[in-house]
Design a protein around this ligand. Structure first.
Ligand code: PRX
Length: 646
């Protein structure tokens, strides 16, 4: 296996903390030895506090059932002030948000001064609409600067935002509105993505009709196309924000004040509202953004994710803006209007740091190198990936073709729950191995465990756990702390269980092997098999359904549904697809459907997913012992059955 080591360069401007391997080792050892000292120093150095914290961590994993952990508990700050006001004062003319619309000819820039004005106006407008500290606002928008402004304005007044990805269905949106008890929904008339119009406002209308908790819907006009309107409830952004005062004094908020709720899929049940708080989260995303990407003052940083996911929260909005960086917001998709879109974007904006998902790289690599080579990529310095394991071929393509063999590639492993990057190379410091997320960042203490919870020492494979709290980690599940504890801290008491499998090699490098639970990762999108199954069994003709993932060359994982019809019924695949779309959203596609006479079950009635996974993978001959099944003959029938390609 080749090891790439890109020499660190002489730095200009502000220093980042870690520039070589020795400093990484020192920082990691410091954070391990004295986590409170390490993080207090980082928190004080990177953020502007109204009241500087003197306390680090309160609580630990052993007593997590007693209540959430706290970091910097005696500190106060305002997250929005940290992301905007202080940079507007120090370098107001620097571009904060560089936006490129679905149509590449449409661009906008907002300097820190302009962003400051906009967030103050938006904060005043939200207050005028009645939103108060601690109340919840759902943000259901596409990738427009106003989505970031809405997030920052909520943060400014201490309202808790919950951004819902604009691909989710009305049903999924309604579930989230209800679960968090939202008072306000912020949306836009229509979204634009890949040349298609997305009816955001009309989905909101469907979701909130009959929801008495939602008092107002604030609507940003993106396309100007027709939308339904409720005079009592709906308010145009340009009216409410346009007429609001340009000054708003940001209040000091407690470090542990909730900043946002983000819903994410788990193995069972409905998505959980993961809660992140203010001081620890911002410290962590600011530190990791600057450190991993080797951030410099003149960088043009482009993360092409969506604000509807954690990557957008931490590394489009909060991390980069806390660091006073120029962050690009991209409304489109990698193949619109052609597979050259990313590289055209890089060339036109002189992007220096580019951050995307492996699934996009695999899809683009398959289109041939000429799309890449036609555009000037000489500005690029750091290339990041996130969301799923990157296969070595895609890594080599990114490094060699996109980065011309001279950029640092950082494969960043983390999760909605970790808040920020946890295992990753540090651009200038870490020699990389294609396909490995390499080493834990300072403050992250990974361990590999057997299913019984025993430690795996040295090289080996196991369940990936994190043994000590870090400031950016989720504090709880909204309204259900017990679910937080049982999901993450019950497998191995006293440590955080990630849900991922992982291998550690002889050099101590970490290789994430993927989820070991019933969470699917399709094109970097996290979805629960249980969500698909409940959508499928709601279809009249379906008696039972089981959904598993299988390896997919581009998407990472594909969705494989086994469906048992009701006696005498036939299954219409289009109906199944529509059911998933309605219940989850447009991104929830079934790649393969197999109608089966029954599911393999134990005598106690438990579906043996291990067997279904093997068959879906094409490894139906390696099923091992199936004698414990209630009806082993069902396995042969499934193996002999026909598959419908979705
Ligand atoms: O399985 C891991 C995978 O994505 C999961 C987290 O998904 P989500 O909460 O949606 O956050 C995605 C963006 C941070 C993880 O449990 N994952 C994420 N990054 C990587 C990864 N798997 C392998 N390598 C990565 N770099």
């Amino acid at each position: 296996m080749a090891t790439y080591s890109v020499p660190s360069r002489v730095r200009e401007g502000a220093a980042t903390p870690i520039t070589d391997l020795d400093r990484y080792r020192e920082a990691w050892a410091h954070a391990e030895r004295d986590p409170n000292g390490f993080w207090l120093e980082v928190a004080r150095e990177r953020l502007r506090w109204r009241k500087e914290p003197t306390r680090g961590l309160d609580g630990d994993f052993d007593s997590i059932m007693d209540g959430p952990l706290s970091w910097f508990g005696d500190g106060t700050l305002n997250v929005c002030e940290n992301c905007v006001d202080r940079h507007a004062a120090a370098h107001g003319d620097r571009v904060a948000i560089l936006w490129e619309g679905d149509d590449p000819s449409e661009t906008r820039t907002l300097t820190y001064r302009e962003l400051h004005r906009e967030v103050q106006k938006a904060a005043n407008a939200l207050r005028e609409l009645g939103l108060k500290k601690g109340e919840r606002a759902i943000i259901y928008m596409g990738m427009v600067p106003e989505a970031a402004i809405a997030m920052l304005a909520c943060a400014r007044i201490g309202a808790i935002h919950s951004v819902v990805f604009g691909g989710f269905s009305a049903e999924a949106l309604r579930d989230r509105v209800r679960d968090c008890g939202a008072e306000l929904v912020i949306t836009q008339d229509w979204g634009l993505r890949g040349g298609k119009k997305i009816p955001l406002k009309s989905v909101v209308d469907e979701a909130v009709t009959g929801e008495p908790g939602v008092k107002k819907v604030l609507v940003y006009r993106r396309t100007g196309d027709e939308v339904g309107w409720d005079e009592d409830r709906d308010v145009w952004w340009h009216d409410a924000v346009g007429s609001a005062s340009e000054t708003h004094e940001a209040p000091a908020l407690e470090a542990e004040h909730p900043l946002f709720i983000l819903y994410t899929s788990g193995s069972t049940g409905r998505p959980k509202g993961v809660v992140h708080t203010s001081g620890g989260y911002l410290t962590y995303v600011s530190y990791t953004h600057a450190t991993v990407f080797d951030l410099r003052p003149d960088d043009v940083y482009a993360c092409v994710a969506d604000v509807g996911w954690i990557t957008g929260h931490s590394y489009i909005v909060y991390g980069p803006l806390a660091n006073g960086a120029t962050t690009l917001m991209f409304e489109s998709i990698p193949t619109h209007p052609s597979p050259a879109r990313y590289w055209d974007l890089v060339a036109r904006h002189r992007v220096t740091i580019f951050y995307t998902a492996p699934t996009a790289l695999r899809a683009l690599a398959a289109q041939g190198n000429e799309h890449v080579l036609a555009h000037d990529r000489s500005s690029l310095r750091v290339l990041g990936t996130v969301g799923e394991p990157i296969n070595p071929e895609a890594w080599e393509w990114y490094f060699g073709v996109v980065g011309e063999g001279r950029c640092n590639v950082v494969d960043t492993w983390w999760q909605t729950e970790t808040g920020g990057i946890a295992i990753s190379p540090i651009a200038p410091a870490t020699p990389t191995k294609p396909g490995s997320a390499t080493h834990p960042l300072p403050g992250i203490l990974p361990s590999l465990r057997t299913p019984e919870g025993k430690l795996v020492r040295g090289p080996g494979q196991g369940l990936l756990c994190l043994d000590h709290p870090w400031p950016g980690q989720a504090r709880t599940v909204w309204g259900d702390h017990e679910r937080f504890v049982s999901t993450y801290f019950a497998h191995v008491p006293g440590v955080y269980f990630t849900g991922d499998g992982c291998r550690r090699d002889e050099d101590g490098y970490y290789w994430i092997t993927g989820r070991v639970d019933d969470v699917l990762n399709v094109s970097g999108h996290r979805m629960g098999t249980a969500e698909f199954e409940s959508a499928l069994v709601a279809v009249e003709e379906v008696a039972e359904a089981a959904v598993v993932g299988y390896p997919h060359p581009v998407k990472g994982q594909g969705v494989y549904a086994y469906v048992v019809p009701q006696p005498g019924e036939t299954i219409d695949e289009a109906k199944l697809t529509a059911a998933c779309r309605t219940s989850i959203g447009a991104h929830a596609r079934l790649d393969r459907v197999q109608v089966v006479p029954g599911l393999p079950k134990t005598r106690s009635g438990k579906v043996m997913r291990r067997i279904l996974r093997k068959i879906a993978e094409g490894a139906g001959d390696e099923l091992g012992d199936i004698s414990t099944l209630a009806d082993p003959s069902v396995v042969d029938k499934i193996k002999a059955g026909a598959i419908l390609e979705g």
